[in-house]
Design a protein around this ligand. Structure first.
Ligand code: ADP
Ligand code: ZN
Ligand code: ZN
Length: 823
């Protein structure tokens, strides 16, 4: 007899159980249990029955003694596919996360223990070829709706029931589904039905009488529809339920509760017309499609195309090809709310075949979408980074739009990089990967020059629309001329002119709020957040100081808490102030602001963008929220109020981020027939980031920046690992940081002692020293590719398994492989 063993992980965060446990699979369950299914197992000393998920089935194990048995299986189909299991295990190793964290993204939304399997009799007639036990199950299910599998097992107590159910499902007699609720949730809605369908309208009028006009109106409406939801009726006629009750009393209608499904997600579908690809679009499309036909190894592409070059149209047509060949597509966007137009285009072309994974979905809704994807009811998913795990069975393509965006790196464990995960996933599923951007990240572009991605380029805008002219204004000159306003003369005049022409303007500043810090003129005291040690931003509409890291808000002080002076001054400008100043200068203009403060309400985003599209806004002011994806033909002027905001961040990626942001924002201008203009204000006009974005010259920017990265030993030449040691007690954190550092350098033998400081930097307080009451210390490790694996296993021993017994009770360590910010 060949025994099988299951390796199982359990969902238990509390104890040291983050590893697969091996259990025996009994003869009875041998053909039933599969990888990816949930099972019930006795766990721990008390043999408490708990739920776990099988990640591997093996034929042998060196540890046979004392193994326990799997008690029962909960699913009749694997919850997750073998490929997604492999992907999770890869993530766990690569990003040094726990098993549980690594599996979280591939498991259905919510708690996997809460999911239930339901059975339903779908074929109620053809039961000729069933045996006695099958018949028992059929008659049990016969007069029920969906039934919990658990109840069915309990009630019937048939041996080997899992196998019998499998057979019945195979014959198409029963069907199983999963859901997060213990009972199939029943939601009801009030509906109104006409009682006597033989009545004529005249009979009805006679019954109601002449004075009750509202009631007559209601009956006229119901007379046509016969059966209608109250919701719809009240919307159409602006009526109340009590008026309908009046009609009910007269015996004309009945009000009843109608069962409805969980609200399907409403999609406002506006058809998006297909364009014939231009010659250069077609070339790129063909190259990608050919790689599928030829099954070539080179199945990963970087599409570097200037803003407005028609990348999205290529994506759409690739997806259309996938559909034709029965394959599924995943389209990733940096943030759902920031890319409404991309979503509209996919939904507008493929309608109900698209699932949009919003972060605003409730758990139930998210689960419904997950299930739809798994059951093949949709073929296309558009979503932010976690959509890369969409449980498709036949994945054909993953498209990552604006691949350079920081949001593609997860900030929670597993701290994965979506591009790397997507690469791994297309390898496992034999699909293709397309990364797209007007400003690819240095790393991706470098890799595409080295062959990891095939580089495809679109250098012209569609219809030969010109890229906008970028004018750089040196704000120091403005000061010298005596202009202290936030608008240079040039920008001011350009806005004025644009208004006169009836064109739209976008003003960009990557900082929200009114004043970015307030300080005492007498002693220099700056108001900082108590939790975060970061200066607080003044928000005028609520008259509060707010911390942008933890959200704390306080009243602004009138006198300095240190020296009691009254000279409290407000410095630095944010979008709120830009709005106010713009209103002062251009009182006749219709002005709106779009940033986190004006878009917190559901739908507010869409409203502003809709107003922009309909031409109801002359000047749109915003943060990086307005830098992406927007395609408004009537925008001919973009003003960048202060490019220095990003340029001066203490991060080695600051020049790159500035180049990207300026290019993206500039790309909003001149997308119609009229050419566009960008006015960029800065105190540092000679900076290469500014100069190359002015020239729309990605390649020269790349060449300059990459040589600096090489010189200063930064990615992509070396991998960067950031160890963040944090906790509420600064002393303990500092001590732990030093101990960790010492353990690491003791074990590193591949770096010469003299060079250690070049490759292992720290420990020192992180640039953001304190966030949310946690003190943060940092150790930055630079590692060559060839040493990465031994380094990771060293970090695992020191920081995760704590093999050296560091006292790190009140201290947490977070490991980030290739972090995208080292603040
Ligand atoms: P990108 O994604 O590169 O910024 P888009 O796909 O948004 O560019 O294309 C820019 C504009 O050109 C859009 O309004 C789009 O509808 C239009 N467009 C794209 N491809 C074509 C084409 N082949 N013919 C005509 N218009 C096109
Ligand atoms: Zn003071
Ligand atoms: Zn704070």
């Amino acid at each position: 007899m060949n025994i099988k063993y299951a390796q199982i992980i359990v969902n238990n965060r509390s104890s040291q159980v983050d590893r697969p446990y091996t259990y025996i699979i009994d003869e009875e369950l041998k053909d039933i249990v599969k990888e990816g299914m949930r099972v019930v197992i006795p766990f721990g000393r008390g043999n408490k029955l708990i739920k776990g998920i099988v990640i591997k089935i093996i034929g042998n194990t060196p540890y046979k003694n004392g193994l326990k048995k799997v008690v029962d299986v909960l699913d009749d189909k694997p919850l997750i596919s073998k490929k997604l299991i492999d992907l999770s295990i890869w993530m766990k190793e690569y990003y040094l996360s726990s098993y549980l964290d690594a599996f979280q993204p591939v498991l259905p939304p919510g708690d996997f223990k809460e999911i239930n399997t339901f059975i339903e009799l779908v074929d109620k007639k053809n039961h000729d070829n069933v045996n006695e036990e099958e018949a028992k199950i059929i008659s049990y299910l016969g007069n029920k709706e969906k039934t919990l599998l658990e109840y069915c097992k309990k009630d019937l107590r048939i041996n080997n029931i899992n196998k019998i159910l499998n057979d019945l499902e195979f014959k198409g007699i029963i069907e199983t589904t999963i859901d997060v609720k213990t009972t199939v949730e029943k939601r009801t809605e009030k509906w109104i039905q006409i009682l006597d369908t033989n009545l004529s309208l005249l009979d009805i009028y006679n019954n109601i009488g002449t004075r009750a006009t509202k009631q007559r109106e209601i009956m006229e409406y119901i007379f046509d529809t016969q059966d209608i939801s109250f919701k719809e009726l009240s919307k159409k006629l602006n009526t109340t339920l009590s008026t309908v009750r009046e009609v009910e009393k007269k015996g004309l209608v009945k009000i009843y509760d109608k069962e409805i499904n969980r609200e399907p997600i409403k999609k406002d579908i506006k058809y998006y017309k297909k364009h014939d690809l231009s010659l250069s679009q077609k070339n790129i499309f063909n190259k990608i499609m050919n790689s599928i036909e030829k099954q070539s190894e080179r199945n990963k592409f970087l599409l570097h195309g200037v803003t407005g070059s028609g990348k999205t149209e290529i994506y759409l047509q690739l997806v259309e090809e996938m559909l034709k060949s029965g394959k599924d597509s995943i389209i990733l966007v940096p943030e759902i709310s920031l890319t409404p137009q991309t979503i509209d285009r996919f939904v507008g072309r493929f309608g109900d075949l698209v699932a949009v994974l919003h972060s605003r979905l409730s758990y139930g809704e998210r689960f419904d979408e997950w299930r739809k994807i798994r059951e093949g009811k949709v073929k296309i998913v558009v979503g932010a980074r976690s959509a890369v795990f969409a449980p498709f069975k036949n994945l054909g393509i993953i498209i990552i739009d604006e691949e350079h965006e920081a949001t593609y790196k997860s900030s929670q464990s597993p701290k994965y990089n979506t591009i790397e995960v997507a690469e791994k996933r297309v390898e496992l599923e034999n699909g293709i990967l397309v990364l797209g951007s007007a400003t690819p990240s240095l790393e991706t572009y470098y890799e595409s020059l080295n062959g990891r991605f095939t580089l495809l380029e679109l250098n012209e805008r569609v219809n030969n629309y010109k890229l906008p002219e970028v004018v750089v204004v040196d704000m120091r000159d403005e000061l010298n001329k005596g202009n202290k306003s936030i608008f240079s003369t040039e920008l001011h005049n350009a806005i004025d002119e644009n208004l006169k022409k009836g064109k739209q303007t976008i003003l960009f500043l990557n900082r929200r709020g009114f004043s970015t810090f307030i300080s005492c003129r007498n002693c220099g005291y700056v108001v900082k957040c108590n939790n975060c040690d970061i200066s607080m931003t003044y928000h005028r509409n609520i008259h509060k100081l707010r911390c942008h890291y933890c959200g704390l808000s306080i009243n602004p002080p009138n006198i300095c808490p240190v020296c009691k002076s009254e000279y409290i001054r407000y410095f630095g400008i944010g979008t709120e102030k830009v709005e106010e100043i713009t209103r002062e200068f251009f009182p006749q203009a219709r002005i709106e602001r779009m940033d986190m403060d004006t878009t917190s309400k559901k739908g507010s985003h869409e409203k502003i963008l809709g107003n922009m599209k309909d031409g109801n806004i002359d000047i749109l002011i915003g943060t990086q929220m307005i830098s992406k994806g927007l395609d408004f033909k009537n925008v001919t002027l973009v003003g960048i109020i202060a490019a220095d905001v990003t340029l001066n961040l203490p991060d080695f990626r600051a020049p790159e981020k500035t180049f990207q942001l300026v290019t993206q924002v500039a790309g909003r201008a001149g997308r119609g027939e009229e050419s566009g203009k960008v006015i960029l204000q800065t105190y540092d006009p000679e900076h290469y980031s500014i100069n190359f974005s002015k020239a729309h010259d990605y390649k020269r920017f790349y060449t300059t920046e990459i040589s600096l990265r090489k010189e200063f030993l930064y990615p992509p030449f070396l991998s960067l690992i950031s160890l963040l040691i944090y906790g509420e007690n600064n002393n303990k954190v500092a001590t732990a940081a030093n101990e960790v550092y010492n353990l690491i350098i003791k074990d590193i033998n591949w770096i010469e002692k003299d060079n250690i400081d070049k490759y292992i930097i720290g420990p020192y307080p992180a640039p953001l020293e304190k966030i949310k009451n946690n003190y943060r210390w940092q150790i930055l490790i630079k590692s060559k590719e060839e040493n990465l694996n031994i380094l990771k296993s060293l970090l695992k021993r020191v920081c995760i398994e704590n093999q050296y017994k560091l006292k790190i009770d009140d201290v947490k360590i977070s490991i980030d492989i290739d972090p995208n910010s080292i603040l």
